[in-house]
Design a protein around this ligand. Structure first.
Ligand code: PLP
Length: 386
């Protein structure tokens, strides 16, 4: 069957393939420690599950309006207003099945042939995939280890052009765990205003800070009108499988994105939407406890990785990923990933899964218990020392 040529431009997220390989080995009886997955290993808190059960029994089993149930958009707007420190209107919210469609729809709605889209590299792989799929030109914005993997504003000045349509920022960042400091965000905002670029601010890890607090680029002058905030419940409430996320869109994008929803998935599942209200409007203690646990794990894993021969790891400030350099082992990133899975039974991801800038690095998630992280470190050491 001959596929449409656009399909050759669509990439993928190899994390899903790596997980399938790891699960296949487990099915053969191998012991595998999963450090490849980008999802909290916690259960969704009980009160959120109860809200969804109540919603199912209460009849939220039908289509909803494409941009979401108005009460849910309202609850999200209240949450965003509180977190961002300014008034977010409910009409700006579009509820989506997970945060990912916000990328998909924003890029499809804005970028086309002749446009350039600047995106972090290493970065979430779907950015580059979607930019190419939309026919636009991806312009990688390197995140460098020597800069603590924070996006360098000086480099952004060299990358913008009259064709820059969209600038993607992601803080805290997947895969590096880096954050963009306030001053960096301010300067990125200035550049976006000067070049009339739209910003896609991926804030899905906004609750996962180990130092400092989240600041959105929308705090700076002129940015609310030109920024799409991507957020969702997947990470903050351990709800990856529920598929509920949302975008806060500039007014001119709300209708086009809602139309993209109608044309693709119609709406987000009603009971997941109702559970969203429970998640956002009840105690945030489960999220705080989860982040505190991640902080402890971070310290264990960073210390352990730095003790491995040929490995060098910076301390991530947010999210739940480390992005150590493995260049000193003499292995390529892919070889390291395959060796660790085959010989150590440790599943992790090659840095190249996050773009060409990831060569020489691997992504290790610490969404696993301290005991499992310690065992993984012992196994990795045996393989590297042998
Ligand atoms: N943005 C980033 C940076 C992510 O790492 C992820 C998930 O891994 C997403 C967005 C998408 O999250 P969701 O599962 O809600 O679609």
């Amino acid at each position: 069957m001959k596929l449409a040529s656009r399909m050759s431009r669509l990439g993928t997220e190899t994390a899903f393939e790596a997980l399938a390989r790891a699960r296949a080995l487990e099915a053969e009886g191998r012991s595998i420690i999963h450090l490849g997955i980008g999802e909290p290993d916690f259960d969704t808190p009980e009160h959120i599950r109860d809200a969804a059960k109540g919603a199912l029994d209460g009849g939220f089993t039908h289509y909803t309006p494409s941009p979401g149930i108005m009460e849910v958009r309202e609850a999200i707007a209240r949450h965003q207003s509180e977190r961002q420190g300014y008034d977010v209107e409910r009409e700006r919210i579009v509820v989506t099945p997970g945060g990912k469609p916000v990328m998909f729809f924003t890029i499809l709605a804005l970028a086309e042939e002749g446009d350039e889209v600047i995106y972090p590299n290493p970065g979430f792989p779907i950015y580059e995939s979607m930019i190419r799929f939309a026919g636009a030109t991806p312009v990688p914005w390197p995140l460098r280890e020597e800069n603590d993997f924070a996006a360098d504003v000086g480099e952004l000045r060299d990358l913008v052009s009259a064709r820059t349509k969209l600038i993607i920022v992601n803080s805290p960042n997947n895969p590096c765990g880096s954050v963009i400091p306030e001053d960096g965000l301010r300067q990125i905002a200035e550049i976006a205003n000067e070049t009339d670029a739209v910003v896609l601010s991926d804030e899905i890890y906004k609750d996962f800070y180990f130092e400092g607090e989240h600041i959105s680029i929308t705090r700076f002058p002129g940015m609310r009108e030109r920024t799409v905030i991507l957020d969702g419940l997947s990470k903050s409430y351990a709800m990856t499988g529920w598929r509920v996320g949302y975008g806060v869109f500039p007014e001119p994008l709300v209708e086009p994105v809602s139309r993209l929803m109608t044309n693709s998935v119609s709406c987000t599942a009603g009971f997941s939407q109702i559970a969203t209200v429970a998640a956002l409007e009840s105690s945030q203690e489960p999220t705080r406890a989860m982040v505190a646990e991640f902080r402890q794990r971070r310290d264990v894993i960073v210390g352990g990785l730095n003790a491995l021969p040929g490995v060098r790891c910076r301390v991530p400030k947010g999210a739940f990923y480390t992005f150590p350099s493995i260049a000193g082992t003499g292995l390529s990133s892919q070889e390291f990933e395959h060796r660790m899975l085959a010989d150590a039974g440790v599943s992790l991801l090659s840095g190249t899964a996050f773009g060409a800038g990831g060569e020489g690095y691997v992504r290790i998630s610490f969404a696993n218990s301290v005991a499992n992280i310690e065992e993984a470190l012992r196994r990795m050491e045996r393989v590297l020392a042998g």
